[in-house]
Design a protein around this ligand. Structure first.
Ligand code: CTP
Ligand code: MG
Length: 555
């Protein structure tokens, strides 16, 4: 009866949305349907990159006849796919079947004359479409379907969560609503490709590749776009062997270190984007950071971009996370929920500071899943033992080798529900000995902390680095307090869930409500006792085994 009642108590539109989304669920990119053969990360990246090179971005008039628009573009060659989206105006992303079509389109495109202003000529793949005669067309307009590029409002999310059938269903709903859509993914690769065009004016043969949450399968709609300027293909000694006693090298400018080289390269590219990059605004060069970067907004796509160079290890860690996300369908659902939970309680922020980052939270979830019995995810050391000669990868002296063929990793025999895992995650980290232990996904077990930072999460490849070095003691304490409180809420709910008709938020919806934070006293004095009290209550629940099993498996 419960599912029917839930559906009936939902507003009509949301219930309809729900059914539609159920039909279209599943994610082709990660192959989360467990049996489909899964693509390698590098294969996927290459396909997407090639696709983006055949794609153009067009700023359109607000009113446009879609059929005529497509017919006009088809003069340059067949179109594979297209979509529209809105972001301070109407934009179209059009993917041609062949790369030549883009050149053909560029050849009939003119540089605008802007009256008193002057334009810096640049043949990019970002166009502006104007109507010669707007009056004629308006009579033939049909409404254009725009693809949505942003995450659902909190209100819609709560409605969807409250209408779900179980906590597991809630976690999967949240994943479906927040994960990057096919269109958003295309737009991310296209944006990198457009930036590559600018960078290629300086460094022909360079590549601009996305990394981080845009590609590791843990990105939420609206997340930033991390880019990596890859210059390794330039002058790379390829297969052709030269004969004889001669060896040719390029005459190049030498600088004191790799870091200085990276800073110089990013400095000129930053300048280029600022001066000539169509649609690039607010360019900041942050060259003294540990990992030097250029930050800017790509106005047309709406993405906040971070461009780095010489950052191959980060690309490798994106590949590793992608693999973990694809190994078991519970991983992404859990990571998304923990990320949303952290955001809802201001544990994470878009401003850099002493907060926990999404990257650290993802590592914590992976580590937790490695600790289950039987484990849901394998350790990085185990993935290394499965690697063959082709998988071998050493970057700047760091061994980044692991098996890259997902199909060679055996699925886990663990069948725990998402509800149980979420509750146990909060309990596990609510009681973790952060003061003495470090989180380490390479070995999948706690290690003694090598240094005194409040939170220590070992970088999986640069093992001497702590990825959460920035986190302050008070932010860590806030995380622990909220984790305990959330574990407590889920425990209580397991016993006494509000009825669906009561319209009260339950399960994940209750955890995301700001009221949870309101329950945590703000003054430091009071914080500890409340947190301790919850810990003791949890311990007492745990000690009564029978009750515990009803609480977790009762539905
Ligand atoms: N990274 C790292 N060490 C850090 C921070 C980041 O190796 N201390 C790498 C990771 O590969 C990470 C990427 O840089 O995925 C991008 O960092 P960031 O944008 O902070 O994290 P994302 O994973 O992209 O998550 P978000 O959605 O918050 O952007
Ligand atoms: Mg990012």
């Amino acid at each position: 009866q419960r599912p029917l009642r839930r559906l009936l108590s939902c507003p009509g539109t949301v219930a309809a949305d729900l059914r539609r989304e159920e039909q279209s669920s599943g994610n082709a990119e990660t192959g989360s349907e467990d049996r489909t053969p899964k693509k390698r990360f590098s294969e996927l990246q290459n396909e997407r990159r090639e696709q983006a090179q055949r794609t153009v971005l067009i700023h359109c008039p607000n009113k446009i006849n879609e059929k005529k628009f497509l017919k006009f573009l088809s003069q340059h060659g067949p179109i594979n796919t297209h979509f529209f989206y809105e972001s301070f105006g109407l934009y179209a992303v059009v993917e041609f079947c062949q790369k030549e079509s883009v050149t053909s389109l560029q050849n009939i495109t003119r540089t605008p004359s802007l009256g008193p202003e002057a334009a810096i000529p640049f043949k990019s793949r970002y166009f502006n479409l104007k109507l010669r005669n707007s009056v004629n067309q308006t009579s033939e307009l049909s409404s254009i379907q725009c693809s949505n590029q942003s995450s659902p409002s909190s209100k819609k999310l709560y409605q969807l969560l409250c209408c779900a059938e179980s906590v597991d269903d809630q976690l999967n709903t949240l994943l479906r609503e927040f994960q990057l859509t096919e269109e958003n993914t295309r737009l991310r690769y296209l944006t990198c490709s457009l930036i590559e065009d600018v960078a290629a004016a300086y460094f022909p043969d360079c590549a601009v590749r996305p990394f981080g949450s845009s590609v590791n399968s843990f990105g939420k709609l609206g997340c930033d776009l991390d880019m990596f300027l890859d210059l390794d293909e330039i002058g790379k000694f390829t297969a052709q062997k030269t004969s004889g006693n001669f060896l040719m090298e390029f005459q190049v400018k030498n600088v004191p270190s790799e870091r200085v080289a990276t800073q110089k390269i990013l400095s000129v590219i930053g300048e280029c984007l600022d001066q000539f990059g169509p649609g690039c605004v607010g360019v900041q060069r942050i060259l003294n950071a540990r990992c030097p970067l250029v930050r800017f907004s790509h106005q047309a796509s709406g993405f906040q971009c971070d461009l780095t160079a010489n950052n191959r290890i980060a690309l490798k860690s994106s590949e590793l996370l992608y693999m973990y996300g694809a190994l078991d369908s519970r991983v992404r659902a859990l990571v998304f929920s923990v990320r949303c939970w952290a955001r809802a309680h201001s544990l994470t922020s878009s401003i850099p500071g002493a907060w926990i980052t999404n990257f650290s939270l993802t590592m914590m979830v992976i580590f937790f899943l490695q600790r289950r019995s039987p484990p849901i995810l394998p350790t990085l050391d185990y993935l290394k033992t499965l690697a063959d000669a082709e998988d071998k990868c050493i970057i700047e002296g760091h061994n980044c080798t692991f098996v890259r063929d997902l199909n060679r990793i055996k699925p886990s025999g663990n069948t725990e529900t998402l509800e149980l895992l979420l509750k146990e995650f909060f309990e596990y980290f609510g009681n973790f000995a952060f003061n003495k232990n470090s989180i380490n996904i390479r070995q999948g077990r706690e290690q003694n902390k090598p240094e005194s930072s409040p939170l220590h999460i070992q970088n999986p490849f640069e093992t001497s680095l702590n990825i959460s070095k920035n986190v302050s003691q008070s932010q860590l304490q806030k995380f622990v307090d909220l984790a305990r409180e959330s574990a407590w809420i889920l425990h209580q709910e397991g016993k006494d869930r509000p009825s669906p008709s009561s319209n009260q938020p339950w399960g994940l919806a209750a955890l995301l409500l700001p009221s949870v934070t309101n329950n945590v006293p703000l003054s430091k004095k009071k914080k500890k006792p409340a947190s301790e009290r919850i810990k003791n209550l949890l311990d007492s629940i745990k000690s009564s085994g029978a009750e515990n099993s009803i609480a977790t498996n009762g539905r």
